[in-house]
Design a binder for this molecule. Structure first.
Ligand code: PMP
Length: 338
């Protein structure tokens, strides 16, 4: 019998799941790393754990201390759960636009929530910049001090993927992996896995949603963006510290109209329930497979669980309001039984 000593030990070592339709459509093996099986149901548990451990090791986060972060939600959920298991408080600054389900989960996990209007990074009231100022104030007033987790520019985030996600993918495929691709929020996942696997000859790609600037940066050297996406947690407009020193071998731009049907089909035909960023990732994996040709093995990230987006991604009215395709079965639910 084997049991984990605590929550921290239960983070990571997630399975790879073959994505059948994507594999069959491309003649490649497309494998999804099931990060939604982490305790906080997202890939960000890994970064949260590494950021907390690093701050404890540096002596900046003291027993009973407070962790402050600006987050689209998933990092906050990871910080709140790991924090609860280690006796830390969390204060989370989140853009109002993020799903209510993520906000509810943050409250449940004991985080204090501060909601701010969505604003670009150059605006001082952007959620990340607001959280930095709040952390400085709380460092003075909280009885046991406070730290700013700073997932975007704290490279403890990508170190989680250098040390765990990348090596797990290598071991789980027995080194038979040709490509890896995912989108970037902080960039910790793509750059961390890239730094771990590029030296072993794995090609690493970036899948960018509409409204993000990295695709243009890596293909034309210019940080510029067009359009928007309903996906949450991804879509970066600058080179964060986590992205520094990393260069993708392949980059593509994926519109929601291509990513969402993949999410809907996976749920109904393969039983895998995912959020929107995973759809961008899988669409990116399909494009990378077509670019590399049949016979390759390509891994991507299944970032978080779909129930987190019930009120948006799986809501026909919301989809229609964004001019996005609504699958018939979603419109027909619940069907009446005799
Ligand atoms: N998908 C979702 C749903 C996320 O919340 C995040 C992180 N914000 C990502 C993908 C991107 O991960 P990373 O920060 O490692 O780039």
């Amino acid at each position: 019998m084997h049991s984990y000593r605590d929550l921290a030990e239960a983070i990571g070592h997630t399975p790879l799941i073959r994505l059948n339709a994507a594999s069959e459509a491309t003649g490649c093996e497309i494998l999804g790393k099931a990060e939604f099986l982490n305790p906080g149901q997202s890939v960000k548990d890994r970064a949260a754990l590494y950021i907390i451990r690093d701050a404890v090791a540096r002596g900046t986060l003291k027993p009973g201390g407070t962790i402050v972060e600006g987050t689209a939600g998933n990092t906050g959920i990871g910080l709140a759960l790991v924090g609860a298991s280690m006796g830390f408080k969390t204060v989370i600054v989140i853009p109002e636009t993020q799903s209510e389900e993520k906000k509810d989960m943050l409250r449940l996990a004991g985080a204090d929530l501060v909601q701010v209007p969505a604003a670009p990074y150059r605006n001082p009231n952007n959620y990340v910049r607001y959280s930095e100022r709040l952390a400085k104030r709380l460092a003075e007033t909280e009885p046991h001090g406070a730290i700013w987790a700073n997932q975007f520019d704290n490279v403890a985030n990508r170190q989680a993927h250098v040390e765990t996600t990348g090596p797990e993918i290598w071991d789980q495929t027995g080194g038979k992996v040709d490509g890896f691709i995912c989108a970037a929020g902080s960039g910790g996942t793509v750059a961390g896995v890239g730094l771990a696997l590029q030296p072993k000859g794995v090609k690493v790609g970036l899948a960018d949603p509409d409204g993000a600037a990295l695709y243009n940066f890596y293909t034309q050297g210019e940080l510029k963006s067009e359009g928007s996406s309903i996906s949450e947690g991804i879509g970066q407009g600058r080179i964060t510290a986590n992205l520094e020193g990393f260069t993708p071998d392949f980059a593509c731009n994926v519109p929601d109209s291509e990513a969402l049907p993949i999410v809907f089909d996976l749920l109904r035909h393969e039983g895998i329930c995912l959020g929107g960023s995973s759809g961008i990732n899988i669409a990116g994996a399909i494009r990378m497979a077509r670019h590399m040709g049949p016979g390759h093995t390509i891994v991507t990230i299944l970032c978080d669980y779909g129930t987190r987006y019930q009120s948006k991604l799986f809501n026909p009215d919301f989809l229609r309001s964004k001019d996005l395709p609504v699958p018939d079965w979603l419109d027909a639910n619940p069907r009446s039984l005799p």
